[in-house]
Design a protein. Structure first.
Length: 305
């Protein structure tokens, strides 16, 4: 388990931060009283103690907060974590939004040493839930759920039609902290779709698989059947919720045959084929999916709020 070694703030931008006993984090703002707080993606900065110590071993004389870091963490290589990682400490929850930043070569550390570790080793977070953090607190972290996007389209696979739904899914996933680790563009072939879904689940490639296309009445629409072919447990509530929500937009939503299921520890969900419907459905179901995935992956054990 990692620990907080020091907490630091500065009242003005461009000045070193000063260690303090305790900081209060405010949701979607940052650290109360810190110059870098605000409604943006770099509300709180973190730096690994081990990286600071290695830099000091090369002759740098730097004190805590000199790099502009808010939280100094021991026992964790922060820069190796993916965007979307969540940190839990002192009741607060932070989400990693950026690793490293552009170096302007103007800071005093760079002028003295010819380099600065913050641009490559520092990470930045936004505050999802407020709380108090002090030196000595334990820091827990949770990697983001990995996602795969599978587009099912004869014309797309043949190269005669541009896939617009797959990129729309990837955009929404990225905005919600889900790294897309795999994509595929397949023809409407039931067995081929089933093989790909099984391969992703059995190989632990992704925690969540979102398909788009092949859910209608066309004789070539086989995505729901392929999903059921490989699913070990059905999850009917998700497609039911999508259809119910989409019916508020168009009565044609009743024609969707989308399915959802679980194989191993992977959740598979069929989304519609059009970019507009993809956005409507995915943005509606995505918020509660995180809790379901946490249960599926064994990260939490209760459905109770």
């Amino acid at each position: 388990m990692a620990h907080i070694i020091a907490v630091c703030i500065s009242k003005e931008k461009g000045t070193p931060k000063q260690p303090v006993e305790c900081v209060r984090l405010v949701e979607d703002w940052g650290i109360e009283g810190d110059a870098h707080a605000g409604r943006w993606h770099r509300q709180v900065s973190l730096l690994s103690r081990e990286k600071i110590d290695a830099f000091r071993a090369r002759g740098a004389e730097v004190r805590d907060g000199a790099f502009g870091e808010n939280l100094i963490v021991s026992g964790l290589d922060l820069a190796a974590l993916p965007v979307g990682t969540k940190f839990y400490c002192g009741g607060a929850v932070l989400e990693l939004t950026q690793v490293g930043k552009e170096c302007h070569h103007g800071c005093a550390i760079y002028q003295a040493m010819g380099e600065c570790i913050m641009p490559r080793e520092g990470v930045f977070c936004r505050v999802l839930r407020g709380g108090e953090i002090r030196a000595g607190d334990a820091l827990q972290w949770e990697l983001p759920f990995r996602a795969a996007v599978v587009t099912v389209s004869d014309s797309g696979a043949a190269g005669t039609r541009t896939d617009r739904s797959g990129p729309a899914i990837r955009e929404i996933l990225a905005a919600n902290g889900y790294p897309v680790v795999h994509t595929a563009l397949l023809p409407d072939e039931r067995e081929e779709i089933a093989r790909e879904l099984a391969r992703i689940a059995d190989g632990d490639v992704a925690d969540l698989v979102l398909t788009t296309g092949g859910t209608g009445f066309s004789p070539r629409d086989w995505t729901p059947e392929a999903t059921r072919d490989v699913s070990e447990r059905d999850v009917p509530g998700i497609p039911e919720a999508m259809r119910a929500y989409s019916l508020t937009v168009t009565p044609r939503a009743m024609l969707s045959r989308s399915a959802a299921g679980i194989r191993k520890q992977t959740l598979i969900i069929n989304l519609p084929g059009s970019p507009k419907a993809v956005r409507e459905c995915l943005e509606y179901i995505l918020p509660p999916l995180c809790h379901g995935l946490a249960i599926l992956k064994g990260r939490t054990g209760s459905c109770a709020r």
